[in-house]
Design a protein around this ligand. Structure first.
Ligand SMILES: *[C@@H]1O[C@H](CO)[C@@H](O)[C@H](O)[C@H]1NC(C)=O
Ligand SMILES: *[C@@H]1O[C@H](CO)[C@@H](O)[C@H](O)[C@H]1NC(C)=O
Ligand SMILES: *[C@@H]1O[C@H](CO)[C@@H](O)[C@H](O)[C@H]1NC(C)=O
Ligand SMILES: *[C@@H]1O[C@H](CO)[C@@H](O)[C@H](O)[C@H]1NC(C)=O
Ligand SMILES: *[C@@H]1O[C@H](CO)[C@@H](O)[C@H](O)[C@H]1NC(C)=O
Length: 280
C-alpha cells in the first residue's frame, strides 16, 4: 500500500515536471470578446524543454497569415521594432500575453503565438490559436411610458448591450462619473424626476477587457415656465436691492468721512479726499 502510494506521488510529480518542459502554448479555450476602440489583453502562456533559450517571439493573425504563422506577415515580431496596436506584454520564459490597443472590427479572428529557440528545430506554434471577437457596446433607451420629450413621472429603462457571449462579465453603471449602486445590463427608472437628468455611463468589464458608453438623459420640468416667470423678477429684485444698499453705504461712508474732515484742517482734507477718490 505504502509503495503504491509513493509511486502515485512520484508519478504525479514527474508528470507535473515533464509537463512544464513540454512544447506548449496555452490560450483561453473560449473566444475573447473586445469592445471596438478599447484595449484587450489576450492571456497566453508557453513552455519548452530545458536548455533552450527563446530567440524570437511572434504573433500572427490568421486573417492575414496564410502560412500557419511559419512566415510573415506577423502582427508582432520581437525582432522588429515597429510600433503597432499589437503589444507583447509577456517575457522570454513563460508569458506570451498579447495586448491589443484600439481594437477594430477587422481585428476579429484567430491569433497564434509562435516562438523560436536557439536549438535547431526548436520552434513551436500554438495551434489552434485563440479567437478574438469584436463588438460595439450599445446603450439604448427604452420608453416604458410616455412619448416625446422625457417628462417627470415617465418610466424607462437604459439597456447596455454587447454582441458576444462571455461567461464572466459584468456591467457597471455610473451617473455623471459617480458609480451607481446597481449591477446588470438594465437601469430601471419607474418614475422619472428632474434629478434623474444627467450623463449615464455603462461600463462592461471582463477579466481581459472593458469598454464604456455614455447616454444623456434630460428630464423636462413641467413647472419650468411657472418657475421662470416667478423666479426672474425675484432675482432681479435681490440684485437691484443689493446694488442700491451698496451705493447707499458707499455714499454715506464717503459723506461722513468728508463731513468729519471738513471740521479738521482743510489742507489735510484735500489730500485725503484725493486718496479716497483713487481708492474707489
Ligand atoms: C541554448 O541556450 C541555452 C541557454 O543559454 C544553452 O544552455 C544551450 O547550450 C544553447 N544551445 C545551443 C544549441 O546553442
Ligand atoms: C403620446 O401619448 C399620448 C398619451 O399617451 C397619446 O395620446 C399620443 O397619441 C401619443 N403620441 C404619439 C406620437 O405617439
Ligand atoms: C451580432 O453578431 C452576430 C455575429 O457576429 C451578427 O450576425 C449580428 O448581426 C450581430 N448583431 C448586432 C445587433 O450587432
Ligand atoms: C469623467 O471621467 C472621465 C475620465 O475619468 C473624464 O475624462 C471626464 O472629464 C469626467 N467627466 C466629468 C463630468 O467629471
Ligand atoms: C447598495 O446596495 C446594497 C444591496 O443592493 C445595499 O445593501 C447597500 O446599502 C447599498 N448602498 C448604498 C450606498 O446605497
Amino acid at each position: 500500500m505504502k509503495t503504491l502510494h509513493l509511486a502515485t506521488i512520484l508519478l504525479t510529480l514527474s508528470g507535473v515536471l515533464t509537463q512544464d518542459r513540454e512544447w506548449r502554448v496555452k490560450y483561453p479555450d473560449k473566444p475573447i470578446c473586445a469592445v471596438r476602440g478599447f484595449s484587450v489583453s489576450i492571456p497566453c502562456s508557453y513552455s519548452y524543454p530545458q536548455n533552450h533559450q527563446v530567440k524570437q517571439k511572434l504573433w500572427c493573425s490568421m486573417n492575414s497569415n496564410t502560412d500557419f504563422c511559419y512566415k510573415p506577415p506577423y502582427v508582432y515580431n520581437s525582432l522588429s521594432n515597429t510600433k503597432s496596436d499589437f503589444e507583447f506584454t509577456g517575457d522570454d520564459k513563460s508569458d506570451c500575453t498579447l495586448l491589443i490597443h484600439n481594437v477594430q472590427f477587422s481585428y476579429s479572428g484567430e491569433y497564434r503565438f509562435r516562438f523560436i529557440t536557439n536549438v535547431t528545430d526548436g520552434r513551436f506554434t500554438g495551434d489552434p490559436g485563440v479567437t478574438l471577437q469584436v463588438t460595439d457596446l450599445k446603450v439604448s433607451l427604452i420608453r416604458l411610458s410616455g412619448n416625446g420629450t422625457l417628462k417627470q413621472g415617465d418610466s424607462l429603462n437604459l439597456r447596455c448591450d454587447v454582441n458576444c457571449t462571455h461567461t464572466s462579465s459584468q456591467f457597471v453603471w455610473s451617473k455623471n462619473n459617480q458609480s451607481l449602486n446597481t449591477s446588470g445590463p438594465v437601469l430601471h427608472f419607474p418614475a422619472l424626476t428632474v434629478r434623474d437628468s444627467g450623463k449615464y455611463t455603462c461600463t462592461w468589464e471582463t477579466g481581459e477587457t472593458s469598454g464604456s458608453e455614455t447616454i444623456s438623459l434630460h428630464v423636462e420640468d413641467e413647472m419650468i415656465y411657472g418657475e421662470t416667470y416667478n423666479s426672474w423678477p425675484f432675482w432681479m429684485v435681490v440684485m437691484v436691492t443689493a446694488g442700491l444698499i451698496l451705493v447707499v453705504v458707499i455714499y454715506s461712508r464717503r459723506h461722513v468721512h468728508t463731513e468729519q474732515l471738513k471740521e479738521d484742517d482743510s489742507d489735510i482734507y484735500t489730500t485725503v479726499q484725493y486718496n479716497t477718490f483713487t481708492m474707489n
